[in-house]
Design a protein around this ligand. Structure first.
Ligand code: ADP
Ligand code: MG
Length: 691
């Protein structure tokens, strides 16, 4: 028997070139693809429901006798057919109908219909039901299984998909669709048979539990989710292997530069910084590329860790590139590294998209010429940027970078031969279960200690009807020599409207707070203007900074101890946490006012309450996950990192530890099962990174 993975859809009856093209649009090229194209939901057409027991909103098969069919003139002309069974009466309503259709629906005709019963002008009605006339002499059986509803595309009907899946199911068996999970694993993890699971999900029996299926709790769904998550895990591990088996420059643990650096720094690294620093130092001394993620809450001091890593490469005579997702943040890092490295006699170069003409040419030349430390934005990824001896790439705030971009770095290595080490730093704490799945290709270190002297930010929830009091609060904080942020959140996903709102808030606050020096920063300003405003705020020349969420990432002004966030209900918790991390960086007690617009939804209230209760990014991340689901939280929609067909990280989180173990076992004992699995699940997407 041929494997269905090798049989093209054109082998099915009724599939010609035109249909094959449509099928390809939904990713269906082989019979295996057809079988893995699973229903989104089901209809129950296995029983005939008495009309008298129908409830509004119920999808049902009914059977009855036509008691009358009339064209009625309402707002729109329609054909109204009265249908009776022994238990009650209901109307079928057609807005589009032909004379022939009307004639066929004459009094006394026996009909079987399927549709949704809805309350209408004449009691319960079904609009445009599917129907057929029944002949008294033949018994027409009802469906034997639940009716699947598939994801589809224009011009591809459910009926057609059902025909195709029926044909493919007829050819399904353990040999035509190999089960790549060895029996031993299936037994250990109590997983059913693949072909049974597929058959069940395409055609569940009449007594299947629809609720269980809708919630994804059925064993057949578990079986497939497990395989899909396993495959995802395998693809990340392969990705990791493909990086690890490359050569990287060995960087001996540094002595001289770190010592000098720490003397100049003015504070002691925290225990966590030392521990993570040592983990990185060890990785860098190895001949294979480091791939390490440092998770540390906002303000945990990741920059110091990055600097220590950089010094190890610099002392060994190599180049280091540090990348940040925004110009503001990149520039801040540039200034920090200039301050830290120039006293050590190390030159720092700067590259960003805004750098043009001569300045750009000079920067590129410097980098190609071996300037030891390079700081910049995504611009560092561009092809024309050539490094001389790049040994370490540091990426700040990883969640904004895709897997693809991370991989593109490999090409920047030395002579295309030695791959640079990669250090990725993120301030978005990721719940452990998710981290395991989303970042299986990385080793992780956690900076779980804040530098001494920080006081947790005191967070309060205030309804925007009390805006006036909040403004007074800003006034008195500034009178005491403190600085404050006033953050305007995104309006309906429109950057332009958001900037306008920030502009008018700026005007209002300037008018209300006469004598206070108020600044404005938003995404529509030129980078140079933004930088100038930021610099003034940092130097204390501005007391209040009205901002959009452009200040979210990394900006460091220790004297700012009050933050007002307008309409916090519009933001994700991770983002709120990032924002709030801008205050509480100095020794003064800091406050964050969440100025919400009532009424809040139940979930909205719960979410903001979490912000009030804790400043621990990991706790916030766990709760956010609980309340919202992972897709949004990781900001992965752009990278497509976590798009699954069957699995749902939230729902199936409890499978993840087993999945990880199973992946290891499979790689060790059944390595030849790995590529067929990758092929089965990932062929159509680069979603998990090129494998
Ligand atoms: P993040 O982890 O959010 O990137 P930063 O690296 O910007 O944090 O550090 C936040 C602030 O804490 C900076 O002003 C930094 O100089 C300071 N800092 C970092 N480590 C220490 C430490 N061990 N002791 C005192 N202050 C520190
Ligand atoms: Mg930072």
């Amino acid at each position: 028997m041929t494997e269905l993975a090798a049989v093209p859809v054109t082998a099915l009856k009724g599939v010609g070139a035109a249909l094959a093209e449509k099928l390809a649009k939904v990713g269906l090229e082989t019979l295996q693809d057809v079988l893995f194209h699973l229903p989104l939901r089901y209809q129950d057409r296995t029983r005939i429901v008495p009309i008298g027991s129908l409830r509004p909103g119920q999808d049902a098969v009914i059977e009855g006798v036509v008691a009358g069919a009339d064209v009625v003139m309402g707002r729109r002309r329609s054909l109204l057919v009265r249908l009776q069974d022994g238990s009650g009466t209901l109307s079928l309503r057609f807005y589009h109908f032909s004379q022939a259709q009307k004639d066929a629906l004459k009094r006394g005709t026996q009909l079987r219909c399927y549709g949704e019963a809805r309350p209408g002008a004449s009691g319960l009605e079904i609009y445009h039901p599917e129907y057929r006339a029944l002949d008294a002499t033949e018994a027409v059986p009802v469906e034997q299984t639940l009716t699947p509803i598939y994801p589809t595309t224009e011009g591809l009907t459910q009926q057609r998909l059902r025909q195709l899946t029926s044909q493919a199911l007829a050819r399904l068996g353990p040999h035509s669709l190999p089960d790549w999970l060895p029996a031993e694993l299936a037994r250990d993890y109590r997983l059913g048979k693949l072909d049974d699971a597929i058959r069940y999900l395409h055609r569940p029996p009449a007594d299947a539990d629809l609720d269980e299926l809708a919630e994804g709790r059925h064993w057949a769904q578990h079986r497939l989710a497990f395989e899909e998550l396993l495959t995802h895990q395998l693809s990340l591990q392969k990705l990791r292997e493909s990086v690890r088996c490359q050569q990287a420059p060995r960087l001996p643990v540094a002595r001289r530069l770190p010592q000098q650096y720490l003397i100049n720094l003015g504070f002691q690294p925290t225990g966590a910084q030392q521990r993570v620093g040592a983990e990185i130092a060890y990785d860098l001394s190895q001949p294979e590329p480091m791939l390490r993620l440092v998770q540390g809450d906002v303000g945990a001091g990741k920059t110091v860790v990055a600097a220590l890593a950089a010094l190890q490469a610099l002392e060994a005579g190599y180049q280091v590139a540090l990348m940040a997702p925004t110009e503001i943040l990149a520039e801040q890092h540039y200034l920090t590294f200039c301050k830290w490295l120039e006293p050590l006699g190390i030159e720092v170069a700067w590259l960003a998209g805004k750098l043009k003409g001569k300045a750009r040419a000079t920067a590129l030349e410097k980098i190609a010429g071996g300037c030891p430390m390079v700081v910049g934005t995504h611009a560092l990824f561009q092809d024309e940027v050539k490094f001389a001896r790049l040994a370490l790439v540091i990426i700040d705030e990883q969640h904004r970078f895709g897997v693809q971009q991370r991989l593109a770095l490999r090409q920047k290595g030395i002579d295309g031969r030695l791959c640079p080490h990669q250090l990725i730093m993120t301030a978005t704490p990721i719940p452990r279960t998710l981290a395991m799945s989303a970042y299986a290709d990385l080793d992780t270190s956690i900076l779980d200690e804040l530098p001494p002297g920080r006081t947790p930010v005191n967070t309060v929830l205030v309804a925007d009807s009390r805006r006036f009091e909040v403004i007074e609060r800003v006034r008195s904080a500034c009178a005491e020599g403190r600085q404050a942020y006033w953050v305007c959140t995104l309006i309906e996903e429109s950057e332009e409207l958001t900037c306008q709102a920030a502009q008018s808030t700026y005007e209002d606050l300037s008018a209300a707070l006469v004598g206070l020096r108020v600044g404005l920063i938003h995404g529509r300003m030129k980078p140079a203007e933004k930088a100038a405003v930021m610099a003034e705020f940092k130097e204390g020349l501005l007391q209040l900074l009205v901002a959009t969420t452009v200040i979210e990432v990394g900006v460091d002004v220790p004297n700012a101890s009050l933050m007002i966030i307008e309409n916090p209900e519009r933001l994700g918790l991770a983002q709120l946490h990032q924002l709030r991390g801008r205050v509480g960086r100095g020794s003064a007690a800091s406050h964050c006012v969440l100025l919400y617009h009532p009424p809040l939804s139940q979930i909205g209230r719960e979410r903001l309450a979490i912000m009030r209760e804790t400043c621990d990014g990991f706790v916030i991340a766990e709760k956010d996950l609980e309340l919202r689901g992972p897709g949004e939280m990781l900001g992965v929609r752009q990278t497509g990192l976590l798009q699954f067909k069957v699995a749902d990280l939230m729902r199936d989180a409890d499978l993840l530890p087993a999945v990880r173990d199973a992946a290891q076992t499979l790689l060790a004992r059944w390595p030849d099962h790995v590529s067929p699995l990758l092929h089965r699940w990932l062929r159509h997407g680069q979603q998990y990174g090129q494998v």
